[in-house]
Design a protein around this ligand. Structure first.
Ligand code: LLP
Length: 418
């Protein structure tokens, strides 16, 4: 049994182990992130099963959670990676993910990052503009190497998601627009041996909860793949991106494996089954399998308002402030119950507000913020002189590794030196 659950006493657990026990045995000060590595491994195998026998690479989008313990867990399940910087590339290589399962995305890769990617022999550098295709060709020539590239296509598909996480529409900075595809292939064909186009990809955004827009953008990728193949060999893969949603409490819809099965079927209908299917899931691999544990500093009741003030803030978990996202927050040691309290952090910003949550008649001593495995620690900052939180990795109910907070003293020292 793994993942977040409540035991018979109502204590919040990761797998079988109460989080309060894990916190005590870690010896760490809150706020602390806890991750369930067994649940993360299971997520990878469940998605892989969705592809059946179809050749596929699950290129985990490391930006969601770049902790070595997480990446090594996924690497052991055979996943690849989608990276967006040289630093992320170094992490995934250090975690043992082979180059031929790594793609590099990003709209503004620096020359040094392109060089590193070319020299590493990645599955592909996914170019996001005609201009970038030219720059990669120039770097390949300068290095005397051939660059394996993919085109990230912008299909012009709108999704029903937050504007900040929707990327496949025609005003987005991401990807090569349909009207630019011809020019992009011209640059490749003029570059001779410097470039090899091996893949075509798209990623229309995050938090997709139904398959239809995903398939619509995938059809665009397939149409371009068929067109390219009619004139030139070399294509090895198509990627329909990541973006599989998770249930933050509003109800689960399509599962990652549903997306996988539909992708395999589409490829068959399009006559492209010999191509490898690459997927780039981030959130769905880790999001539900991490929690943030925080202590209640104090409550404040004034007029009609009742706040619970916790020792985790928007610097630790930015999603509510940035996207209006709601993460369930519950008492650590008992089931949630009415009434609701407004849960806020200590940061001096009105947006440091996690929304109203059913914490019960008395403010609890500690709370658990659920579904904090993705885009949580990786988006943290030290704003207000607040150190990055500690992270604890759990396997088989035991702590297997800890990444301790650098502590506020380290922040003070760096600021004094600045
Ligand atoms: N592939 C590409 C090219 C991407 O840009 C992304 C995410 C992914 C894959 C993975 O998407 P996922 O499966 O995780 O949805 N910080 C936001 C999400 C930003 C996603 C950025 N790109 C959030 O907290 O909701």
């Amino acid at each position: 049994m793994f993942g977040f659950r409540r035991n018979a006493q109502g204590h919040a657990c990761l797998g079988q182990t109460p989080l309060s026990e894990l916190l005590a045995s870690s010896g760490l000060e809150t706020p602390v992130y806890f991750y369930d590595l067994d649940a993360i491994a299971h997520e990878a195998s469940a998605l892989s099963a969705g592809y059946g026998r179809a050749p596929h690479v699950i290129a985990y989008a490391v930006k969601a959670n770049s902790a070595g313990s997480v990446v090594r867990t996924l690497a052991a399940e055979g996943t690849g990676a989608d990276v967006v910087s040289a630093a992320e590339l170094e992490v995934v290589q250090g975690c043992g993910i082979p180059a031929n399962k790594i793609v590099m995305s990003g709209v503004a890769k620096k020359d040094a990052e392109i060089d590193y990617a070319i020299l590493s022999g990645l599955l592909a550098i996914q170019a996001e503009s005609v201009e970038e295709v030219s720059r990669i060709a120039a770097r390949a020539r300068a290095l005397g190497r051939q660059a394996r590239i993919g085109f990230r296509l912008n299909p012009g598909v709108e999704i029903d998601s937050h504007a900040h996480i929707s990327t496949g529409h025609d005003k987005a900075k991401f990807g090569i627009a349909p009207s630019d595809i011809g020019r992009a292939f011209d640059v490749v064909d003029a570059a001779g041996d410097a470039l090899l186009v091996v893949g075509l990809s798209t990623h229309i955004g995050s938090m997709l909860n139904e398959v239809t827009p995903y398939l619509k953008s995938a059809q665009h990728v397939c149409a371009v793949a068929r067109m390219r193949r009619a004139s030139k060999p070399g294509l090895e893969y198509v990627s329909f991106g990541g973006g599989f949603g998770i249930d933050y409490g509003g109800g689960q819809t399509a599962t990652p494996a549903d997306f996988a099965r539909q992708a395999v079927e589409l490829l068959g209908r399009e006559g492209l089954s010999d191509l490898t299917l690459v997927a780039e899931p981030g959130r769905s691999m880790v999001g539900a399998h991490g929690v943030l544990v925080a202590k209640v500093v104090q409550s404040k009741v004034s007029g009609d308002n009742a706040w619970v003030m916790i020792d985790a803030g928007m610097n630790d978990l930015l999603r509510p402030a940035l996207y209006g996202a709601k993460h369930r927050i519950e008492p650590l040691e008992r089931e949630p119950s009415e009434p609701e309290w407004r849960v806020v952090g200590p940061v001096c910003e009105s947006s440091d507000d996690f929304g109203a949550h059913p914490l019960g008649p008395q403010a609890p001593e500690a709370v658990v913020v659920r579904d904090a495995g993705a885009y949580s620690f990786t988006m943290a900052s030290e704003y207000n002189g607040r150190a990055l939180a500690s992270e604890v990795f759990v396997k088989g109910g035991q702590i297997v590794s800890i990444s301790a907070s650098p502590g506020a003293a380290a922040w003070v020292k760096r600021r004094l030196q600045a």
